[in-house]
Design a protein around this ligand. Structure first.
Ligand SMILES: [Zn+2]
Length: 388
């Protein structure tokens, strides 16, 4: 019998649909499911669970239907057959060649807004306008109906609920998180940190294959840090003045926070520029020989042609959004420390990266910023492993 789950979220910053840029009028389930898969991979890797690379030809899971049917005839369990064929923990839920996704996913109600990015930088404005201006995104209260069938549906349901809670605490939902989309709050059921830990334990108890490589992957829970900051209006005033989406309560100014811009008082924004000028980080003109800046923030914009490459970084700034108490704005910054990140022969781990991000935020916002929460994925892993 099918088992259902209804989830209701409130968006703090819009959701990008993942559709073709100018033709985005329906919230595509695939972009949401893709995002859930991304975070589930991150969680699995942090726990040391082996995860395939679904985008590669030689390292992705593939179920051999003939062998599967043979196994069933011989009376083997589905789990044993999946084990034999090396189907990873992620593909078991999200599907792979020969194996269907274990749940159906439907977007129930997704209100649209039109928005434009805000930038104090003429160059940013140019390409942002070409790609995004006049685009629609989804903003408001949105419902998702999930339907589970077959064996293990109780486990799969709880695992997906864990992913939604995890996203509220650590990340973002949907496509183009690197543009600041996808900050959400779970209305129903509410976000539950206890459930995250319990479900991580459940996942480990499933006895999935383990791999050391997982932990050291570029996108692993063990190298993730998430910081939530409060910024008062003074700190964001240059953007607020120019923001046509401000009535919605969010400020799409991520590009200036991440790359560079000057406000009219001559003050500059931009993590990339700050690392270059104030911390002496190097970048490379050759995309195939990345230096520390390229590793952390993607290749420099002069060297890349497309939007995806431009934004293939490891640091994510949300759009600042108005706090419920109306007293200012909330900004989330989350980042995955690249395992091989070295600056002047010194390895930069996730804690050092968090300190660098904090320095930057204090540099651009001064006394107007207050970091209210700092979460390390590794602390969560420790708690789960420690059996707390
Ligand atoms: Zn797989």
């Amino acid at each position: 019998m099918a088992d259902e789950m209804n989830i209701k979220i409130k968006t703090y910053t819009p959701l990008w649909s993942g559709g073709v840029a100018k033709d985005c009028d329906r919230l595509h389930e695939t972009s949401i499911v893709g995002s859930l898969r991304f975070w589930y991979e991150v969680i699995c890797r942090g726990l040391g669970i082996s995860v395939c690379d679904i985008t590669s030809d030689d390292n992705r899971c593939m179920l051999d239907a003939e062998k599967y049917n043979e196994g069933i005839k011989k009376g083997k369990t589905v789990d044993d057959i999946l084990d034999e064929q090396g189907i990873c923990a992620v593909c078991r839920i999200f599907g792979c060649g020969g194996w269907k996704r274990r749940f159906q996913f439907r977007v129930v109600n997704a209100p649209l807004v039109t928005f434009s990015f805000v930038s104090l930088n003429q160059e940013n404005k140019g390409w942002l306008g070409r790609i995004f201006n006049g685009n629609k995104a989804f903003f408001g209260d949105i419902g998702f109906d999930l339907c589970f069938y077959g064996r293990d549906s109780e486990f799969i349901k709880s695992q997906l609920l864990m992913v939604f809670s995890f996203i509220e605490l650590f990340g973002g939902l949907g496509a183009k998180m690197q543009h600041g989309f996808g900050q959400i709050h779970l209305l129903e059921p509410a976000c539950d940190e206890r459930l995250i830990m319990n479900q991580m334990k459940q996942l480990l108890n499933k006895g999935a294959a383990l791999s050391e490589n997982s932990i050291e992957h570029d996108y692993s829970l063990s190298n993730l840090v998430t910081m939530d900051c409060d910024i008062n209006k003074e700190g964001l005033k240059s953007f607020i003045e120019k923001n046509s989406s401000n009535k919605e309560g969010y400020i799409p100014c991520v590009f200036d926070l991440k790359y560079e811009a000057n406000d009219k008082d001559g003050k500059f924004f931009g993590f990339r520029r700050w690392l270059k000028e104030n911390k002496d980080w190097q970048e490379s003109a050759d995309v195939s020989q990345p230096k520390e800046l390229d590793l952390l923030l993607g290749p420099s914009s002069q060297n890349v042609k497309d939007d995806e490459q431009r934004l293939a970084g490891r640091v994510f700034f949300s759009m600042p959004y108005k706090r419920a108490d109306g007293q200012g704005y909330r900004l989330r910054v989350f980042a995955f420390a690249p395992p091989g990140l070295c600056v002047k022969d010194k390895h930069i781990d996730v804690k050092e990266l968090a300190d660098i991000l904090k320095d930057y935020l204090e540099y651009i916002f001064g006394g107007n910023v207050n970091i209210v929460e700092k979460r390390y994925g590794s602390d969560l892993v420790k708690k789960v492993m420690g059996g707390e």
